[in-house]
Write a new protein. Structure first.
Length: 355
């Protein structure tokens, strides 16, 4: 009797496992079909949206029947979300009349409401998306709420808020740098720099205060800003940064001095050279290579012969080649008292010129 019970329970267990497996297969197939449908819809929807944008830009959007069909799609939340994403991406690619036409679509289809809803969500990616969309639509009424997001702890949010403020206000939108204490990534710096097209005449005091920031990334961004707009008045303040505690700041200061150079730059490079770490010394040599000033010939020869670091010797030799000192280098490479390592360095520098 007990054997029958055990067999019966075993059969029930096998049936239960088979049912579970079957349900799992159905769930996987259902999910796969759903995913395929979403992907298919997104592909076809994107084509519809891109065609709509193209028609709007070229001014041929007059098909009432197509407008009605487009309106039906807009009732689908996923379609509206994709439409908004594609519009924002398109807004970045165009300018002038095309950009204005794209901006008109935001308002024609009341997509501003979608962006406002995202801005007031809790998830970081939704808030960032809302900020991005409101900035693309140039909704100036959103500036106060976006400005408040500059203090958010989440990177995606405060970075998008920074970019939006600069998009709205240009140089004035950089006011957040005054008290910004988080890292400003290289990518974010490039985004901000790209969005600034001019600097007001009376901006020296503000730029100077940013150079004094305790946030190294803010100082580096400011140095890049000075380079972009050739702010010659900042030269002395930039030179003072060669004593900065961060090597990355010193390197950027050298690049900026080279970009806004004056008649004292090369001599200042030579004077401070020995007090700088290797990374900064190499940057100085790169700047000398760009400047092509014969003022530094003797200095370069001194580094070639006596500097302890091979990398510096190599850079010095390469700059001498750029200055047309090929014959000098060949002569010392053929001397019997020239050590092997220096001969190899010179050959490398001369070979680089041929390449």
């Amino acid at each position: 009797m007990s054997q029958h019970i055990v067999l019966h329970e075993l059969i029930l267990a096998i049936i239960a496992v088979l049912v579970l497996v079957l349900l799992l297969i159905i769930a996987v197939l259902g999910y796969s079909f759903y995913s395929y449908r979403i992907l298919h819809n997104r592909h076809s929807w994107r084509q519809i949206i891109e065609y709509k944008i193209m028609e709007t830009i070229v001014g041929t959007d007059q098909n009432t029947e197509q407008d009605q069909e487009f309106g039906k799609h807009l009732k689908e939340p996923s379609f509206r979300a994709l439409f908004l994403d594609v519009l924002v991406a398109s807004d970045r690619k165009f300018s002038g009349g095309a950009k204005k036409a794209i901006n008109g679509l935001f308002y024609e289809f009341k997509l501003e409401d979608e962006a406002w809803r995202k801005l007031r969500q809790r998830k970081a990616y939704l808030i960032a998306g809302g900020i991005q969309e409101l900035a693309a639509m140039n909704v100036e009424a959103a500036i106060p709420e976006i400005k408040a997001k500059l203090n958010d702890d989440r990177t995606a949010i405060y970075q998008e808020a920074q970019y939006a403020m600069v998009s709205f206000q240009g140089y004035e939108g950089l006011g957040f740098l005054e008290h910004f204490d988080k890292p400003l990534s290289d990518w974010q710096q490039l985004r901000l720099l790209y969005s600034i097209h001019h600097i007001p005449e009376l901006s020296d005091v503000q730029v100077y205060s940013w150079l004094k920031s305790t946030n190294d990334s803010v100082v580096i961004f400011t140095l890049r800003l000075i380079r972009k707009f050739r702010l010659m008045a900042m030269y002395t303040a930039v030179y003072d940064l060669l004593d900065h505690s961060a090597i990355s700041v010193r390197v950027q200061a050298i690049r900026t001095m080279q970009a806004i150079e004056n008649h004292t730059t090369i001599s200042q490079f030579m004077t401070c050279f020995d007090q700088q770490p290797i990374e900064v010394q190499l940057e100085i040599l790169k700047s000398m290579r760009v400047a092509r000033s014969r003022e530094c010939e003797d200095f370069l020869k001194e580094q070639l012969w006596n500097h302890a670091e091979v990398s510096v010797k190599i850079s010095a030799a390469e700059v001498l080649v750029v200055l047309g000192e090929d014959q000098y280098l060949r002569e010392i490479s053929e001397r019997t008292d020239t050590y092997d390592q220096l001969i190899q360095i010179i050959k490398h520098a001369l070979q680089e010129k041929k390449c």
